[in-house]
Design a protein around this ligand. Structure first.
Ligand code: PMT
Length: 405
């Protein structure tokens, strides 16, 4: 897909720089060429020799190098590419780019370029969550920058959370999308979060509370959003479906895990909450398998789970521009969905009838009603993939119309 495309890769100073070597190989494998700027801090993590050997080109590092400037000036360097990728994008590089600083070759190239810039942030979780970094990320997004990641996980510093650089293959997917341009899809450059599947709430090590959701509808929405060019994060409960390609998938088990994963995946331009989250969990989880004693079983005490949709929809800071909930009802579907729309504070509710005879949970088709402030739109029964495509078309139109995100 990247045949003949030229990537200028800026490698910042972070432990994730080692992954950028793999990224160079991945881009070249897909037919692109890579020219690299290695910052002074980046040189602490990878050597110019490894970068040059893998890219098959000279490595640039010094703004005031007479020979470099004579061969290819920094302005030309930043413009000769079809896309600029910053990986790892450190807090420092993003702060400079967001504020127009140009005191080294990397920041100067970022300021001088007239090409799209894709950032793959990588830093400690506390740094990533710091309001100053988030402000810079918001400013860069407003300036039209694209982002891939960061992912959540164990970090080199021993902490856990969002901040880990996206895997090279995922960055290369984002490069493909960015190079295809806006024509690639109505959601190009948008970040979409989707939840899918059931949650499992353990009672003891072998038993759990669950529901019949298969993840088919939620996964179809994630796939449709990715096909429309979005950078998708899918947070999925336990399902038998394979992870859809071309997106970040976070697998979780319980409602509380799902809330954590959703929060870590923000910011997003739109979030679609299709998961069938268990409203309750066992108040106490048995450390061992609960035994039959012959006596009458004691009733199972329940505790209420957090409401993920309401939590995100009512956020004051970092709320996605469009929050879409689902409503699974077995009677008075539209009336109950309207109540949920108001109660949860989301923008739209997609209501569906999950009565046993319709076989929506686990089945391949769905009959939905889109409930929003403007009223109710009932769609004919369709394959879940088509429901997903249509919903994604509506999301793209809403984001474009309001200039949201
Ligand atoms: O997975 P499939 O087999 O394809 O089936 C699809 C589906 C029927 C599960 C799907 O279309 C659907 O209706 N999903 C929402 C299921 C649900 O939990 O509905 P609800 O009415 O109980 O919840 C309303 C909304 O609040 C939902 O967006 C839900 O994700 C959210 N919620 C609910 C409880 C909770 N603790 N946290 C939540 O965020």
């Amino acid at each position: 897909m990247q045949g003949g495309k030229r990537i200028l890769l800026v490698i910042g100073g972070g432990i994730a720089a080692y992954k950028s070597l793999e990224l160079i190989r991945e881009i070249r494998k897909r037919g692109g060429t890579v020219r690299c700027i290695l910052t002074k801090a980046g040189e602490q993590f990878v050597t110019p020799l490894s970068v040059s050997s893998l890219s098959g080109d000279k490595v640039y590092g010094d703004l005031f190098s007479l020979t470099d400037e004579a061969e290819m000036g920094h302005i030309e360097l930043s413009r000769a590419a079809d896309l600029v990728v910053v990986a790892p994008a450190t807090a420092d590089l993003m702060a400079k780019a967001a504020n127009g600083l140009a005191n080294d070759l990397a920041s100067t190239a970022l300021l001088a370029t007239d090409k799209p810039v894709l950032f793959a942030p990588a830093m400690n979780v506390r740094m990533w969550l710091h309001p100053a970094v988030q402000r810079n990320v918001d400013a860069l997004r407003r300036d039209g920058a694209l982002f891939v990641g960061p992912d959540e996980g164990e970090m080199a510093c021993g902490e856990f959370g969002p901040g880990r650089m996206a895997e090279p293959a995922r960055i290369a997917d984002a490069v493909d999308r960015a190079l295809s341009g806006p024509a690639a899809g109505p959601l190009a450059g948008k970040r979409i979060l989707v939840t899918s599947g059931p949650t499992h709430e353990p009672i003891d090590p072998v038993r759990y509370i669950a529901n019949r959701s298969s993840g088919k509808q939620g996964h179809a929405i994630a796939r449709a959003a990715a096909a429309a060019g979005a950078d998708v994060t899918l947070v999925s409960g336990p399902v038998a479906l394979p992870d859809p390609p071309g997106m970040r998938v976070i697998r979780v088990e319980t409602a509380r895990d799902m809330l954590g994963a959703v929060e870590s995946a923000l910011p997003a331009d739109a979030a679609v909450f299709c998961a069938a989250v268990a409203d309750w969990r066992a108040a106490e989880q048995g450390a061992q398998k609960i035994k039959k004693t012959g006596a009458a079983p004691s009733p199972l005490a329940l505790a209420e789970n957090p409401d993920i949709l309401a939590t995100i929809a009512r956020r004051e800071r970092g709320r996605p521009a469009l929050v879409v909930g689902f409503a699974a009802e077995t009677e008075s579907v539209i009336e109950h969905a309207k109540v949920k729309l108001a109660k949860k504070g989301c923008d739209w509710i997609v209501a569906n009838d999950v009565g046993a005879e319709d076989g929506v949970m686990g089945g391949d088709s769905n009959t939905v009603h889109l409930v929003g402030p403007a009223g109710v739109e009932s769609w004919p029964t369709m394959d879940k993939a088509r429901v997903a495509e249509r919903l994604v078309e509506r999301i793209a139109a809403a984001l474009a119309e309001d200039g949201r995100a």
